[in-house]
Design a protein around this ligand. Sequence first.
Ligand SMILES: [Zn+2]
Length: 268
Amino acid sequence: MSPAPAHARKLVLVLADGLRADTARDYMGYLQALHEAGRASWSQLRCELPSLSRPLYATLISGRRPVDHGIVANGQSGQRCGETLFDALAAHGLRSAVAAYHWFYELLAGEVFDPLRHRHAALPQQGVVGASWYFEDEYPDSHLLADAEHLRALHAPELLFVHPMGPDHAGHQHGGESAAYALRARRLDMQLAHALPHWHAQGYDVLFTSDHGMHADRMHGGALSVERDVPIVWLPCDGGERADRVALPDSQLGVRAFVLERLTGQRG
Ligand SMILES: [Zn+2]
């Protein structure tokens, strides 16, 4: 392990599950307010295929396509996805804390998640010093954000990874063009309006994105724009000065390298 470089920063990565690019743009007024004020850089990505959660979780943390890392279906329980962002940060001496769906535990630990044993299991070998894994799709985003903030305050990690499920869950129940789906995005925006100023005040930059979109037919997995196009928004803690100068990744494969570079100054 090499020591953390002097310019190392802190970052919150928010992965809103199943959030379409157009839904984020149209209904997330607080994030848009920061963008309008020049304090955020806003773009969108076309997710890799298949546009399914477990394959794309592995893509986001490994920087590789599903057909390359081998996690290509949601049913691949307990399979590890190889070297990840968390391993790379740990190699730089940087620590992470994670509040995320239990599939992330499986991708990192390489074993099937057991709620009674693993609910708060840290993964110190991968630099994950604190964790809270949820295992019901209806777990409220508000509780998840509170879990994440608890871990941040307790561990002061360089990376805080926050993974709310609300949009995906509402989309599967009501479809990607329903009032209920839009409402979940509006509520997440309001919850972020509570958390983000606090994270910024603590010196954390924030990167906000999603794994995949949502069709009106209550599913995703295919190649249509509504299933693939997701937001990516950069919200640095010192506002406008740095928002414009950051080149956001133009592919989902670049998210891992972007986070790594922000935290270490190096891409590898
Ligand atoms: Zn889903």
